[in-house]
Design a binder for this molecule. Structure first.
Ligand code: PLP
Length: 388
């Protein structure tokens, strides 16, 4: 696929860094793979004289390796791992104060919407939704209390593409910070900090972990002051990942590049079939020429990704019915794993957005295309669509 060198200026290519960054052999035994440091505490020769590790809420060597590797891949100087994507988001949002305002892109992960609209508001923080496809509208409606603009791209589940650089420009002109949730793209396809973002968020549960066997989150930035606050909050709030979970995410990370290439190749096969199927009314995929964000995606992403959404002519019941008629696509929430998943966002992942500006169409089906044999996936989905 496309080039693998890093826009942030690292000499080694992406796959090399995914395997080696922060992952030198362990010093005592020479263990090549970073061990699971399953310990809560660390011996000190004399009071306050420690190795850099005092207590595993504060720091743990397996977590350190994961943080260094992921920060490197995002072109970040600072990175922090969390117990889940939402734990990372919550910790970052705790850097705000009562009276501050958050602008949220009008298509976002349902849990992010719930956190910002229902939970963070309890601390006196306000929010509004914005259509970020038009950065000049963001400019025109700017609220002086806005401290953070929070976006995903491509978005979940509508696969809308927002221009990170253009939104960063408006945000920075007003002295606010831009947070980019990079979960759908992964750092292999897109590195928001090199495009103007101030902080990047991941649910490592998805493509980075990649095997649907661990829940985790990550936040990275080059903003030293913000990083110090997040490090402080990570320890003070304590939403940290266990050593075993850090190990699993780090293990998944090593193959991110080769997995993403296959996710994309399979997604392109499926898009072709969906476009030709009479039951399908719309195919939402940033790699399509007629996708409104295609040009932006081509500029800011290495490839359009492994997520596809589509709408069916026959409406809600037909959309729900397709999700129960596949053999290989498992009906389940989540995404980004080696296995293909299918879901109905309106009823499942995005039920909390019903009646809000983030509501999704009820004839929408979302696919997370796995890395199985592409033709098998095409045939499976095709027969399910034939039945409606
Ligand atoms: C899953 C997801 C999250 C939340 O992450 P968890 O690990 O489930 O807490 C946030 N953003 C996006 C885009 C997601 O897909």
């Amino acid at each position: 696929m496309a080039e693998t060198t890093d826009p942030a200026g690292n000499a080694d290519g992406f796959e090399t860094r995914a395997i080696h960054a922060g992952q030198d052999p362990e010093q005592v035994t020479g263990a090549v793979i970073t061990p699971i440091f399953q310990t809560s505490t660390y011996a000190q020769p004399s009071p306050g004289d420690h190795t850099g590790y005092e207590y595993s809420r504060t720091d743990n060597p397996t977590r350190t390796a994961l943080q260094e590797a992921l920060a490197n891949l995002e072109g970040a100087r600072y990175g922090y791992a969390f117990a889940s994507g939402l734990a990372a988001e919550d910790t970052v949002l705790r850097s705000l104060r009562a009276g501050d305002h958050v602008v949220l892109g009008n298509d976002a992960y349902g849990g992010t919407f719930r956190l910002i609209s229902q939970v963070v508001t309890r601390a006196g923080i306000t929010w509004s939704a914005a259509d970020l496809t038009d950065p000049s509208a963001l400019e025109a409606n700017w609220n002086p209390a806005t401290k953070i603009v929070w976006m995903e791209t491509p978005t979940n589940p509508l696969l809308t593409v927002f221009d990170i650089g253009a939104i960063a420009e408006v945000t920075h002109r007003h002295g606010a910070k831009l947070v980019v949730d990079n979960t759908f793209a992964s750092p292999y396809l897109q590195q928001p900090l090199t495009l103007g973002g101030d902080l990047v968020i991941h649910s490592t549960t998805k493509y980075i972990g990649g095997h649907s066997d661990v829940v985790g989150g990550f936040a990275a930035t080059n903003d030293q002051e913000w990083a110090e606050d997040i490090k402080y909050l990570q320890n003070a709030v304590g939403a940290v990942p266990a050593p075993m979970d850090c190990f699993l995410v780090l293990r998944g990370l090593k193959t991110l590049g080769v997995r993403m290439d296959r996710h994309v190749a399979n997604a392109e096969l499926i898009v072709e079939m969906l476009l030709a199927h009479p039951a399908v009314s719309h195919v939402l995929y940033p790699g399509l020429d007629d996708h409104p964000g295609a040009a932006i995606a081509a500029r800011q992403m290495r490839a359009p990704g492994g997520m596809i959404s589509f709408r069916v002519h026959a409406g809600l019941e037909a959309a729900k019915s397709v999700t129960t008629r596949t053999r290989l696509f498992t009906l389940a929430e989540s995404l980004g794993g080696i296995e293909s998943l299918i879901e109905h966002p309106g009823v499942m992942t995005h039920a909390s957005a019903a009646g809000s500006p983030l509501e999704v169409p009820d004839d929408l089906v979302r696919l997370s295309v796995g890395i199985e044999t592409g033709d098998d996936l095409v045939a499976d989905l095709n027969q399910a669509l034939d039945q409606i």
